[in-house]
Structure formats: C-alpha cells, structure tokens
Design a protein around this ligand. Structure first.
Ligand code: 5GP
Ligand code: ZN
Length: 117
C-alpha cells in the first residue's frame, strides 16, 4: 500500500469501483472513463508503479496477470475468437501515457469503432 495511491485504495475497497474480479493478488474493475465498449483495469494488489520497476523475479505474477486477461475479457462482454478479441495496454511513465502510478493492465474490447486509442 502506498499512501494516497488511488488504485491501492480501490483494491482495498476504500474507494468504490465496479469490481469484476478479485483474488489474493489481483483486483479488476471497470475503467471510470471507458475508451471501448468493454474497458477493464487489472491491477496487482501490491503497489508496483509500472513495468519500469519490475525485475525477472516478478515474472511469475506478471505471467499470471497476463493469463487472467482472456477470461476477464470473455466474462465481461468481449467477443471470443478471432473475429472478436480484445486489446491489452500497459502505459508506463509519463511519456508512456501513464496517469495513475500503480501498475495496471487495460483490457479493451467490444464492437468497433471505439471512442479513443
Ligand atoms: P493510465 O493513463 O494511467 O494508463 O490509465 C489510468 C486509467 O484509470 C484511465 O483510463 C482512467 O479512466 C482510469 N481511472 C482513473 N481514476 C479512476 C477511478 O477512480 N476509478 C476507475 N474505475 N478508473 C479510474
Ligand atoms: Zn498503489
């Protein structure tokens, strides 16, 4: 937990969100300003700022985070299969377009066209 981190507070339930998934290590919820018909955010519960901070020793939980994405996409309205699918985005640092300094995976999907991105 990092003081004043909005995503740490969301993961702890201190700030409300539209939760779609939670386990011991991860929390997923709807983005408040969706850029696609389906726009989820998947975060680790522990405070990691971005991919710029991760090391090889983080490979296991990062791998698990990636493998959670297709089930979350499917269970929340993304069309499965090659004609459907979803996009995964990690923004890292200011020049990487990151606004919230807690590592998060954007999961975007649904029928196109999308609003932005
Ligand atoms: P970034 O630009 O850091 O990659 O993306 C941050 C995302 O978090 C944005 O898409 C923004 O809409 C979303 N976001 C920011 N604050 C909140 C919040 O309080 N609740 C939810 N659900 N999403 C948020
Ligand atoms: Zn945090």
């Amino acid at each position: 937990m990092s003081d004043n981190c909005i995503f740490c507070k969301i993961a702890k339930g201190e700030i409300p969100s539209r939760k779609v998934y939670e386990d011991d290590d991860f929390f997923a919820f709807h983005d408040i300003n969706p850029a696609a018909p389906v726009h989820l955010l998947l975060i680790p519960k522990r405070h990691v700022v971005s991919l710029q901070e991760v090391q090889e020793s983080d490979a296991a939980w990062l791998g698990r985070m990636v493998t959670l994405a297709p089930a979350l996409a499917r269970d929340n309205g993304c069309t499965p299969g090659p004609e459907g699918g979803f996009r995964v985005v990690f923004n890292n640092g200011t020049e990487g377009g990151q606004e919230v300094a807690h590592l998060h995976m954007h999961i975007l999907g649904g029928p196109r066209p999308w609003n932005k991105r």
